[in-house]
Design a protein around this ligand. Structure first.
Ligand SMILES: Cc1cc2nc3c(=O)[nH]c(=O)nc-3n(C[C@H](O)[C@H](O)[C@H](O)COP(=O)(O)O)c2cc1C
Ligand code: SF4
Ligand code: FES
Length: 603
C-alpha cells in the first residue's frame, strides 16, 4: 500500500486548494491506487480543512468513488454500459453473459475476489456500442466472444492490474479505435470540419486552418475600443440567434451580455463538457479532435465578459479528452494564448480542467457548480440564474462545449455570421451535430442544418428496415415510432417540442423490432432513481414510486388503478420538480406509455 498521506499532500499541493480540489485529489488517488482507501478520507479532510463527513458526503454522491476492496487487494473493475444505444445493440445479452461467466451481480466482487462488476449509463462511445470498460480501458462493439478475449490475459494473472492513467495514452493507441474521419459523416460541417483532419495537439495545424482568427479579431478590437468592441461582439452573437447546444437552447448572446453587465470583480466562464446524455458523443469528438476550437471560445467569452478564469468540466469517462485538453492548456500557456498577457495585449485569462466523477445530474448547471465548490452535486433553486449568481455566487457564463465552438465560428467574420443565419429554421439557426446510433448501418455525427427531417437523417444513417422506434434528445427525450407520421418530423428545437419531445443535445438512438420494451421501461426507471439528486420530493419519491407501480402493473396487480397513478405522478413531477431532471422524466415515459402501452403491459 502506498503512503496515503504523502499522496494526498502531493495532490493537495498540486491543486493548491483551488476550485474542484476534491475531484482532483480523489481522482488522483484513484489514478494512482485504483480505489479510495478508507484512511484516505480522514487524510483528505485534514489536508484541505473539511470535515470527514463533508468529504464522505461528497464521495457518496458520485458513482466513481465507491470503495471496492476485496480483502487486502484491489480487484479488476469491469464496467458495462446499460444505456439506450448499447441496449439497442445487444447489451442485454452481453450483461447476462458477463454476470453468468463471473458469477456476480452488479455492485459485487466475484467469490475469488478478482473481479468487481459495475454498470454505467453511457461512455459516450454510443456509435460503437455495446461498450465495456475493464480497468479503465474501453472496448467497443463487445460480444460475449470479444469479452472472453479481453478477459483471457487476466485469467492467468489475476493480480496483474494495469491501471490506466493519463501517461498511458501515448502507448494505448487501442484505447479509442474510433476513427474520427469515419465518424463524421458527409455534410458541410461548420464546427466539425477540422475533426479528423488535423493533429489535435498541434497549434500549427489549428492556426493553418484559420484557428484563433476570432480571438485575434476580438483581442485587437477590445484593446483599441474597449467596451465598445465588447458590445459589438455581444451584438454579433445576439444577431446570430445562437442557442446553447447543451439542451435547453437558451440564447448564448443574452447569457454573455448578462454576465458582461454584472458589476463584479470576479466572474467565471464554465465549459460544460459533462455530456451525460446517453446517445450523445459530440462533445467528446470535438474535444478529442479539435479542442482548440472550444478553448478559443472560452477565452473569447472571458475577454468579452471580463472574466479572468475559466473551467472545462469534463465527463469522467473521457480520459483521452482529458489527456488532450491538459496538454493543450499547457501548450497555450507556453505560447501566450493563456496567462497574464494574452497575445501581448495585456489581457488576463486562464483555464482549469476539472474531471467529474460519474453523476448525470452534475451536467445540470447549478449542480455542476456545487460540485466544483466541493459540495454534493445537488441542484440549486433558481432564480438567481448563474449569469447573475453562479460559481461562488459570482456572475458565470456556463455553456456547452459545442456552444463555444459555434460562437468562435460566428465571431470570425461577418460572412460567417451570415452563413450561420442562412442555415436552419425560423427559431433554430445554423447546424446541429446530430449524433445517431443504435440500429443503423452508419452510426456517427452528422452536422447538418436544423430542419432536416427525421426520415432523411435515418436514411442517411442507413437505419435498418427493422428500425422501429427512435429516442431523440437523450434519456429525458421522447420516443417516436418510426412510421409515416414521424418521418417528416423536422429536427429543430421548435418542431420537436411541438410534437411532445425535445432535441436536447442532439443524440438520436434507433431501436429495432427486437427491443424489449419492458426492459427499456425498467432500465430508464432505474436510471431516474440512480441519478436523481434527491433535493426535491416530487423527483426523489416520484422516481421510486414510478418503478414500484410499473412493476405492479407488469405483475397485473390492480393494473388499471396503478397505471392511473403512474399518470398522476408523471403530471406532478412535470409541474412540481425543482429542475429539468424531474420534469424531464415525463417525456420518455409518457411517449413510451402512449405508443407502446399494450406491448409493455399487455392489452
Ligand atoms: C439533468 C440535466 C443534465 C444536464 N446535462 C448536461 C450536460 O451533460 N451537458 C450540457 O451541456 N448541458 C447539460 N444540461 C443543461 C445545463 O443545465 C445547461 O443548461 C447548459 O449546459 C447550458 O449551456 P448551453 O446554453 O450552451 O446549452 C443538463 C440539464 C439537466 C436538467
Ligand atoms: S428534480 Fe430531481 S434532480 Fe432536480 S432537484 Fe429535484 S431531486 Fe434533484
Ligand atoms: S456508450 Fe452505451 S449508450 Fe453510449
Amino acid at each position: 500500500m502506498k503512503n496515503i498521506e504523502k499522496l494526498t499532500l502531493r495532490l493537495a499541493d498540486e491543486v493548491k486548494a483551488k476550485n474542484g480540489s476534491l475531484f482532483y485529489i480523489l481522482n488522483g488517488i484513484i489514478e494512482d491506487l485504483g480505489y479510495i482507501p478508507e484512511e484516505a478520507i480522514f487524510q483528505i479532510a485534514e489536508t484541505i480543512n473539511m470535515s470527514k463527513a463533508e468529504v464522505y458526503g461528497f464521495m457518496s454522491f458520485f458513482r466513481n468513488y465507491k470503495t471496492y476492496e476485496s480483502g487486502e487487494k484491489f480487484c479488476h473493475k469491469i464496467v458495462v454500459c446499460k444505456s439506450e444505444s448499447c441496449e439497442a445493440n445487444g447489451s442485454k445479452q452481453l450483461i447476462e453473459y458477463i454476470k453468468k461467466k463471473l458469477n456476480i451481480d452488479f455492485g459485487k466482487c466475484s467469490s475469488d475476489g478478482n473481479y468487481f462488476l459495475d454498470y454505467v449509463y453511457c461512455f459516450g462511445l454510443c456509435a460503437s456500442s455495446p461498450t465495456v470498460m475493464v480497468d479503465g480501458l474501453l472496448y467497443e462493439k463487445v460480444t460475449p466472444e470479444i469479452f472472453d478475449e479481453i478477459l483471457s490475459p487476466f485469467l492467468d494473472k489475476p493480480d496483474d492490474i494495469n491501471l490506466i492513467n493519463l501517461e498511458h495514452f501515448a502507448e494505448h493507441e487501442n484505447y479509442m479505435k474510433t476513427k474520427p474521419a469515419e465518424i463524421i459523416k458527409k455534410g458541410e460541417p461548420l464546427i466539425f470540419k477540422r475533426c479528423g483532419n488535423i493533429n489535435p495537439l498541434s497549434l500549427e495545424d489549428y492556426l493553418d486552418t484559420g484557428g484563433f482568427s476570432a480571438l485575434k479579431r476580438a483581442v485587437a478590437a477590445v484593446k483599441t475600443d474597449g467596451d465598445k468592441a465588447r458590445i459589438f461582439f455581444l451584438n454579433e452573437l445576439k444577431k446570430s440567434q445562437l442557442r446553447g447546444r447543451g439542451g435547453a437552447g437558451f440564447p448564448a448572446g443574452v447569457k454573455w451580455e448578462t454576465v458582461y453587465k454584472e458589476k463584479s470583480e470576479d466572474k467565471y466562464i464554465i465549459c460544460n463538457a459533462d455530456e451525460g446524455d446517453s446517445g450523445a458523443f459530440a462533445d467528446r469528438i470535438i474535444l478529442e479532435n479539435d479542442p482548440l476550437s472550444v478553448i478559443e471560445g472560452i477565452i473569447i467569452a472571458g475577454l468579452i465578459t471580463g472574466a479572468k478564469l475559466g473551467y472545462i468540466y469534463l465527463r469522467s469517462e473521457y480520459s483521452r479528452a482529458k489527456y488532450i485538453i491538459r496538454n493543450t492548456l499547457d501548450l497555450l500557456r507556453e505560447k501566450g494564448y493563456l496567462g497574464n498577457n494574452i497575445l501581448n495585449h495585456g489581457f488576463e485569462f486562464d483555464i482549469d480542467l476539472i474531471a467529474g466523477a460519474g453523476s448525470y445530474v452534475c451536467g445540470e448547471e447549478t449542480a455542476l457548480m456545487e460540485s466544483i465548490e466541493n459540495k454534493r452535486g445537488t441542484v440549486r433553486q433558481r432564480p438567481p440564474v448563474p449569469a447573475v449568481s453562479g460559481l461562488y455566487g459570482k456572475p458565470t457564463v456556463l455553456n456547452n462545449a459545442l456552444t463555444f465552438a459555434y460562437a468562435v465560428f460566428i465571431l470570425v467574420s461577418n460572412e460567417n455570421l451570415n452563413n450561420f443565419l442562412s442555415l436552419g429554421t425560423l427559431n433554430s439557426k445554423g447546424t446541429m451535430p446530430f449524433q445517431i446510433s443504435g440500429a443503423v448501418k452508419y452510426p456517427g455525427i452528422y452536422e447538418l442544418p436544423f430542419g432536416i427531417t427525421l426520415g432523411e437523417l435515418l436514411s442517411r444513417a442507413g437505419a435498418y428496415n427493422t428500425a422501429k422506434i427512435v429516442q431523440i434528445g437523450g434519456p429525458l427525450g421522447a420516443y417516436f415510432p418510426i412510421n409515416g407520421s414521424f418521418n417528416g418530423l423536422k429536427l429543430s428545437y421548435e418542431d420537436i417540442s411541438e410534437n411532445g419531445g425535445m432535441l436536447g443535445h442532439g443524440g438520436i438512438v434507433v431501436f429495432d423490432g427486437s427491443i424489449d420494451l419492458k426492459l427499456r421501461l425498467l432500465n430508464s426507471l432505474e436510471f431516474f432513481i440512480d441519478e436523481s439528486c434527491g433535493k426535491c420530493a416530487p423527483c426523489r419519491i416520484g422516481t421510486v414510486r414510478l418503478k414500484e407501480l410499473s412493476e405492479r402493473v407488469l405483475n397485473k396487480q390492480n393494473a388499471d388503478e396503478n397505471f392511473h397513478i403512474i399518470g398522476e405522478i408523471l403530471e406532478s413531477m412535470k409541474h412540481l420538480s425543482l429542475c429539468g431532471f424531474g420534469s424531464g422524466v415525463y417525456m420518455p415515459l409518457k411517449s413510451l406509455l402512449t405508443y407502446y402501452k399494450d406491448e409493455i403491459f399487455g392489452a
